[in-house]
Structure formats: structure tokens, C-alpha cells
Design a protein around this ligand. Structure first.
Ligand code: UD1
Length: 416
């Protein structure tokens, strides 16, 4: 196991290039198995979750891998089974359910269990696929699904689920007739997935709104597609600039997908200078606490909650965070308190008393974004912070310590 060791206090200065989006890449890689010919994806980040997905594609019978010009996927003879050993390391594996059912009429996918941030069921995915004609049974921890071709349907999600919307969007592309997805999630990664599928010959409209219309087609062809940049990585580096009291220029930044994050950071006192896809980020002399509620897009993303919490710890005054997406996503708060933060938790609400003089400490990361929050706090803290269990970070941040080092952070990766 490895840990990150950070000597806090350096003001970050310089340029950071934002990588391709993890959460856009995962569903698009799964969708690629529905195409009859090769897909080439540009801007796929080199991350643990991406390698896990490529391993899954291999087990599903595809050939895939990084090449000079991007990731190439050839779907070949598909095998409809996603084993537990793989699914338990990455919940997003469940995104192969829709494509497999659509293409083969059968799928056997291990049911993902709980995870550090909550129970995260997949009931919405299954119920919606049932409405399209799939039949499911549970066999030794596996969801076994069958259908005689999927039939278009009108589906109203109980809540806007990102993964559920993506699974159904993919499945509907090869279904008979029209599918309408209502109360669908509107995340930019879903727009990217829809644009990719349309480039393969799908007929999707309404992406970016809560009503998606899909007219089924007989087949999808391969294409070359460039994925969007990672809005959560960009948001994390925005906080890195602010919490260190430095100034960063973020390039390839998906500015339009960051409205809610930038609005809150502005309210705290962070200044932005935007030129096309390049953003200069600098904190003003003093930051102040704000009230944040995590919500589905276009609201404030739950994936930026830990990072803004770290920033609020060192801002002036009191701030609050209400987490409405996941029921157990405050594990980082207790670790931040070990560094001198003053956060009080009450159910889904956190009250952060600002003005903390953070002091380095050994801390334990519980999930991907919690790890990022702890690294950010470490950049600011006096003395040495050790962030343990950084395999979480490697799942979602491309070359984080190299990127931070290049802008002046004192950070090293060490063996435990
Ligand atoms: C995706 C993102 C994750 C992000 C989350 C919310 C990927 C790979 N992951 O996760 O980084 O934090 O969106 O923006 O893109 N729910 C149900 N039943 C379902 C499905 C979901 O009750 O069938 C609930 C979940 O428990 C959760 C909420 O809906 O409380 C939102 O989950 P969802 O949008 O599905 O998140 P993911 O797609 O898992």
C-alpha cells in the first residue's frame, strides 16, 4: 500500500492541464460494446477505474487498450457475464447491463454491494429495464437478465439517477420503437454519452434535459470520439489554488459544466478569470464560509462536497453543508477534525466553524473524493500530513501528485 506525504504551506503557482473525464469515460467505454465496428476514444484518462473497465471489456470478449491516438475497442464475440471480483472493485461495472441486454438479450452481472458512501441500490436500473421487457432473477449474488429484444417504453425514474439514466439510454438505442426517459439525470457526462451514441448512429434527443427521447435503431457503428474533460478534477484544483493561497491556471477546463461549483467558490471569495477553456483561479485575501446543498446537476455536485468542506475549514465564519445524494458521505469530516478542523455533524448536515489553523496529521481516506479533500487540507496544514489508502485517489485522479508537484506542492508518494 502507498501513502501521500504532504509538507503543507506552499502557495501553488502555475498551470494544470485537466484530464479527460472519468465519469464520462466509464459509460462510453461500456457503450462501445454495442458498436459493430471499432471505436476510438480520445482523452480517456489513465486511471485505475479505466484499467478496471478495460479488464471488464476483455472478460466480456472485447479487445481494447490504450494506443497512441486513444483507446481502441473492438467488440468481437461478446460474453454476457461481469464477475463479482471485478464488480466489487468498481460499482460502475453495472453499466454493462443495459448494453449487454440490448446487444445479446442476456446478461449476468454481479450485484454491487454497499460502498463507503452509502447503500447505492440499482433498483431504478432494473425496474426500468423490466418496463422494456427484460426479466431478472437473482442467482448467487448475480443479477441474471433476459429479454427477447428490448421494447421501447415510457419510463419515469423515481429520482434522477446518473447510472440508471446511462444504463437505460444505452439499452434504448437498440430497442424496438421509441423510449422516453422522464425525470432523467442531466449531468454533463450523460450529454457526452448521448453525443457519443449519436455519433455511432443512435437517435437520441433531449440530452441535458430531464426528458430524453430515444428512437431505437437496428445497429450502431464505431466512431472516433473525444471525451469531455473532468469537471470534478477541475473543481478540485480550483480548491487547491484557493486553499493554498496561490494562483493556478487550469487548461482544458470544462467551464460550462462548473457553474454551481464556481458560483459557490465565488461566494466564498475565490476569483476566476476565464478565457475559453482556460481558467485562472486565485483566492482573495480572506475567504468566508457559505451554505452548500448537494443536488443532482445542475446543483452543487456531491463529488465536490469533501473538497469545499476542506476549504470552509480555513475560511472565516461558519458554513454549512447538507448532503442530499448519499447518506454516509461525511467520513472525511472526522479526519479533518483530526487536523484541527471544527466540524459538527448532525445527520446529513455538517456545520463547519471556520478559521481553523490546520495542523498536519496521519489521516485515512475512505473514498475517492474524501481522499481529495484530505490532500487539499494537507496542502494548507502546518507540518506533515500523511494520507493513507490512496488507492482511492488513483481510481479517479490522473497523476495527482505529479500535477501538484509541478505547481509547487511538497508532496511525495511513499510505500507504507
Ligand atoms: C454517479 C457518479 C458518482 C456521483 C453520483 C452522483 C459515475 C461512475 N459515478 O454515481 O461519482 O457521486 O453519480 O452524482 O458516474 N439510487 C437509487 N436507486 C438506483 C440508483 C440510484 O436509490 O437504482 C440512489 C443512490 O443510492 C443515490 C442517488 O440515487 O442516493 C444518486 O445515485 P446515482 O445518481 O445513481 O449515482 P451513481 O450513478 O452511482
Amino acid at each position: 500500500m502507498e501513502k501521500l506525504v504532504i509538507e503543507g504551506g506552499a502557495k501553488l503557482q502555475g498551470r494544470v492541464r485537466i484530464s479527460g473525464s472519468k465519469n464520462a469515460s466509464l459509460p462510453v467505454l461500456m457503450a462501445a460494446i454495442m458498436a459493430d465496428s471499432d471505436v476510438i476514444l480520445e482523452n480517456v484518462p489513465r486511471l485505475k477505474d479505466i484499467h478496471t473497465t478495460l479488464n471488464l471489456l476483455t472478460l466480456l470478449g472485447c479487445r481494447s487498450g490504450f494506443q497512441e491516438d486513444g483507446v481502441r475497442i473492438s467488440s468481437g464475440n461478446l460474453v454476457p457475464e461481469a464477475p463479482y471480483d471485478l464488480v466489487r472493485t468498481m460499482r460502475a461495472s453495472v453499466l454493462c447491463l443495459g448494453p449487454l441486454l440490448a446487444r445479446l438479450g442476456r446478461a449476468k452481472v454481479a450485484l454491487p454491494g454497499g460502498c463507503a458512501i452509502g447503500s447505492r441500490p440499482v433498483d431504478q436500473h432494473l425496474r426500468a429495464l423490466e418496463q422494456m421487457g427484460a426479466v431478472f432473477e437473482l442467482d448467487s449474488g448475480y443479477i441474471v437478465g433476459k429479454c427477447k429484444g428490448l421494447q421501447g417504453a415510457r419510463i419515469i425514474f423515481d429520482l434522477p439517477t446518473v447510472g440508471g439514466t446511462e444504463n437505460l439510454l444505452m439499452a434504448a438505442c437498440l430497442a424496438r420503437g421509441e423510449t422516453v426517459l422522464e425525470n432523467a439525470a442531466r449531468e454533463p457526462e450523460i450529454v457526452d454519452l448521448a453525443n457519443f451514441l449519436n455519433a455511432c448512429g443512435a437517435r437520441i434527443s433531449g440530452q441535458g434535459t430531464s426528458v430524453l427521447r430515444i428512437i431505437g435503431v437496428d445497429s450502431l457503428r464505431g466512431c472516433r470520439y473525444r471525451l469531455m474533460s473532468d469537471r470534478i478534477e477541475a473543481g478540485t484544483y480550483m480548491v487547491a489554488a484557493a486553499i493554498s493561497g496561490g494562483c493556478l491556471e487550469l487548461t482544458s477546463c470544462p467551464v460550462n459544466a462548473l457553474d454551481a461549483v464556481m458560483a459557490k467558490l465565488r461566494e466564498m471569495g475565490v476569483n476566476f478569470n476565464i478565457e475559453n477553456s482556460s481558467v485562472r483561479v486565485e483566492a482573495s485575501e480572506s475567504l468566508n464560509g457559505v451554505d452548500v446543498v448537494t443536488l443532482p446537476y445542475p446543483g452543487f455536485p456531491t463529488d465536490m462536497q469533501a473538497q469545499i468542506m476542506a476549504l470552509m475549514c480555513v475560511a472565516q465564519g461558519t458554513g454549512t453543508i447538507r448532503e442530499t445524494i448519499f447518506e454516509n458521505r461525511f467520513m472525511h469530516a472526522l479526519e479533518l477534525n483530526r487536523m484541527g478542523a471544527r466540524i459538527r455533524l448532525s445527520g446529513q448536515q455538517a456545520v463547519i466553524r471556520g478559521g481553523a489553523d490546520l495542523v498536519g496529521a496521519p489521516v485515512m481516506a475512505s473514498d475517492l473524493r474524501a481522499s481529495a479533500g484530505l490532500v487539499l487540507a494537507g496542502l494548507r496544514a502546518r507540518g506533515k500530513t500523511e494520507v493513507h489508502r490512496i488507492y482511492h485517489l488513483d481510481r479517479g485522479y490522473e497523476a495527482m501528485e505529479q500535477k501538484l508537484k509541478a505547481v509547487g506542492a511538497k508532496i511525495t508518494r511513499q510505500k507504507e
